[in-house]
Write a protein that binds this ligand. Structure first.
Ligand code: NAD
Ligand code: ZN
Length: 367
């Protein structure tokens, strides 16, 4: 960590986990920082990206690593959620075995949430676990997926059903990488950044409003860094999602149901945007979320070209809600804000039971 402080990257945050505390660094000089933070025991490096990130960043990274590791190999798999599978993991593992990768190797995961989740999971189980480091290249990965140690793959029965909590040794937030990121992908990151603001920081919310009005192309670093810090702090308090980490689910209870109703044709950011607005309405009813705050949330999402009207009705999503059958009529657990910057807590739990009828009203009753 002394090393991390001397790094050329500007903002540094810590994630505290049961295993160890490690840094997240945001800035521009990813390759230099990667070399500086390299551990002598990492004699072999396995760079893993999806087809896009391997093409965009693979050569520069492998070249930078040739100076610090004895052996560097680059592996990739086709981009897209449909390739975030056990089959892909197996192909990667087979290549690693064939290349003679041993248990002192490190996986250098490069990309968005998919590449990091898959490569992180490969590291978690290869020879019972080898070290990993992350280079996050999508805004969504930078503010969300790269932080917190959740790794895994999808199955035909659902997303992220197989995986492990496995923390990397450090995370690099590659800001210049965003220059090539398509606008649609950027929006997925905006939705999560706005979520972070609602759950923890009214000032960040105002910053996001200013950003949305200024029409800058890339989220200014102080805002991005604050998002990183919020996620790092939440995870540090509750690594395994026993309680507080549930706040990160704001917008996601309804958002996931919308995604499933669309058979995943809906972008995650769009689903979360609509999910946050429906849940904000529910929060207005159950825990005092002010109407004025919901108006600001609607305006901010619209300014960033995220959808503000649910594209599916209650009848289309209701079968996709996780209903707790223990209560009469059935409840659905939601993490709800009391105002912009603060989440509702009741007796050490941050997810409250919401009667199905209240969800139905939030979809169907105008006001
Ligand atoms: N582990 C977690 O805590 C966590 C949290 C949130 C989401 N996720 C997972 O993250 C995944 C979504 O991540 P995502 O939105 O980053 O998607 P993604 O990884 O598919 O990246 C989006 C697209 O952008 C491309 N890309 C990546 N970086 C680029 C760059 N700099 N320039 C141009 N193109 C680039 C990718 O190849 C891909 O085609 C989901 O599978 C989700 O389950 C995980
Ligand atoms: Zn999300």
């Amino acid at each position: 960590l002394v090393c991390a402080r001397e790094s050329v990257m500007r903002s540094i945050f810590e994630v505290k986990t049961v295993e160890r505390t490690y840094p997240i660094l945001c800035g521009e000089d990813v390759l230099e920082t990667l070399q500086k933070l390299w551990l002598p025991r990492w004699q072999q490096a396995v760079v893993i990206g999806d087809s896009n990130t391997a093409r965009l960043f693979g050569t520069a990274i492998t070249q930078a690593l040739n100076g610090v590791a004895k052996k560097v190999i680059m592996l990739s798999f086709p981009a897209g959620e449909e390739h975030k599978t056990r089959a892909t993991k197996e192909l990667l593992e087979n290549s690693m075995i064939e290349h003679g990768v041993d248990r002192f190797a490190v996986v250098v995961a490069v990309g968005g949430g998919i590449a990091l989740d898959v490569a992180g999971y490969v590291a978690a189980t290869y020879m019972r676990g080898i070290d990993s480091v992350y280079i996050a290249t999508t805004l969504l990965a930078q503010v969300d997926a790269a932080i917190g140690g959740k790794t895994g793959v999808n199955t035909q029965h659902g997303k992220n059903l197989i995986g492990a909590f496995y923390q990397p040794h450090f995370v690099l937030i590659d800001i210049p990488a965003l220059a090539s990121l398509p606008e649609d992908e950027m929006r997925n990151g905006y939705a999560e950044a706005i979520k972070h603001a609602v759950i923890a920081d009214a000032e960040l919310f105002s910053g996001m409003e200013a950003f949305a009005k200024n029409k800058e192309k890339i989220l200014p670093e102080p805002l991005l860094a604050r998002c990183v810090q919020i996620k790092a702090e939440v995870v540090s308090q509750d690594e395994r999602e026993r309680g507080y980490r549930q706040v990160l689910n704001f917008g996601h209870t309804i958002g996931h149901a919308l995604e499933k109703a669309s058979d995943f044709s809906l972008a995650h950011g769009s689903a979360v945007a609509m999910g946050m607005l429906v849940e904000a309405k529910i929060a207005g009813k159950l825990c005092g979320f002010p109407g004025a705050d919901r108006k600001r949330l609607t305006a901010l999402l619209a300014d960033l070209h995220l959808p503000v009207q649910p594209q599916y009705g209650f009848s289309q999503i209701k079968d996709y809600l996780k209903v707790d059958k223990k209560t009469r009529g059935g409840d659905v657990y939601c993490s709800l804000p009391t105002k912009i910057g603060q989440m509702n807590e009741a007796g050490g739990t941050w997810a409250m039971p919401v009667p199905i009828s209240v969800i139905k009203d939030a979809f169907e009753k105008p006001e």
